[in-house]
Design a protein around this ligand. Structure first.
Ligand code: SAM
Ligand code: SF4
Length: 326
């Protein structure tokens, strides 16, 4: 599949639920109204849509949310999509999770063919973790990370850079990841959905977030490209690979190779745009045969780049990251 700008699209992110057991300050409001269940795609619908994308050339799928592991039937979904790995029609099935339920799921995910898991961890300090997540218990996430590692998964830690909350924590996190054999990606906070708080207060540009790291260690850019927005660095004397995602300070949309399926069955071509096509409506009225025309429409509408901005008086997109899938 190619979009209107000639970009090859081979990666699909699927938000399997908008629900979550945490309430990270940059992601959700404290009191969230979640989608009614009949507006969320059933497991069968997600699988059929994913299979249509695989037939059209998608080679990599990432399940995310919300928190994918709070959806009760997620194990069945992973097994069903995972069968395409054995058949050779899919190269990779991965997951992004907050890790709180990984102790329970790490083994079965591995058995279904998952090999890489991204786990969100913004700090190693239990009190700051509880503050950022509005009540989360860091021990559950740490246990989940250990379980994923023990089950054989390659673990990457996702850390959102937050002024006043974890700006001194990037270097310790890098060392912690290196000791454990994990990679680390640091992310600038994006203006997605109302969180009930002003993001400007906690927005930390990447150059500032990395300043303590650069003062202590040499970073060497790596030529690795995954078709996503991340750029990667080797770190002097360490095996950890450092990724950075800089939607605000440096835009890397030019080689974006991804589409996003929301938990309510919409295809958003870009995190930062409201343009979408409604695959659920097409599927529920016209069956699987109606999907291709909608996928083509989505491809034709993929914008060149997002237009994020953060500042007082600048509004966020209406959608939360949890609906679209981070
Ligand atoms: N619940 C899972 C988790 O936290 O990993 C998966 C969904 S979460 C929306 C996916 C990723 O998006 C996480 O790494 C999270 O830190 C990041 N994220 C959420 N809201 C964000 C925002 N406004 N700006 C930047 N990253 C965000
Ligand atoms: Fe939940 Fe992930 Fe959003 Fe945190 S970032 S509230 S864990 S969906």
């Amino acid at each position: 599949m190619s979009d209107g700008f000639g970009r090859h699209i081979e990666y699909l992110r699927i938000s399997v639920t908008d629900r979550c057991d945490l309430r990270c300050r940059y992601c959700m409001a404290e009191r969230m109204t979640f989608l009614p269940r009949d507006e969320v795609l059933t497991l069968d619908e997600v699988a059929i849509i994913a299979e249509r994308f695989i037939a059209r050339g998608v080679r990599r799928i990432r399940l995310t949310g919300g928190e994918p592991l709070v959806r009760r039937d997620v194990g069945d979904l992973v097994r069903r999509i995972g069968r395409h790995l054995n058949g050779g029609s899919l190269d990779e099935l991965t997951l992004t999770t907050n890790g709180t339920r990984l102790s329970e799921y790490a083994g079965s995910l591995f058995d279904a063919g998952v090999r890489r898991i991204n786990i969100s961890l913004d700090t190693l300090d239990p009190a700051i973790f509880a503050h950022i997540t509005r009540g989360g218990d860091i021990e559950k996430t740490l246990a989940g990370i250990a379980a994923a590692n023990a089950a054989g998964h390659r673990v990457k830690i996702n850390m959102v850079a937050l002024r006043g909350l974890n700006e001194d924590a990037v270097l310790p996190m890098l060392r912690w990841c290196d000791r454990r054999g994990h990679d680390l990606t640091v992310i600038e906070t994006m203006p997605l959905g109302d969180t009930g708080e002003d993001r400007t207060d906690h927005y930390l540009p990447m150059d500032e977030a990395l300043a303590p790291v650069r003062a202590a260690l040499e970073l060497r850019p790596l030529p690795v490209r995954t078709g996503g927005p991340a750029r990667y660095f080797a770190v002097e004397g360490m095996r950890v690979k450092l990724g950075i995602i800089t939607p605000l300070t440096r835009n890397f949309c030019a080689d974006c190779n991804r589409m996003r399926l929301t938990c309510e069955g919409k295809i958003f071509m870009c995190l930062g745009h409201e343009d979408h096509v409604d695959l659920k409506a097409a599927f529920r009225s016209g069956g699987a045969g109606a999907l291709d025309a909608m996928i083509d429409r989505a491809l034709g509408a993929k914008p060149l780049r997002h237009e994020f901005a953060i500042g007082r008086g600048v509004s966020a997109t209406r959608r939360h990251m949890s609906v679209t899938g981070g």
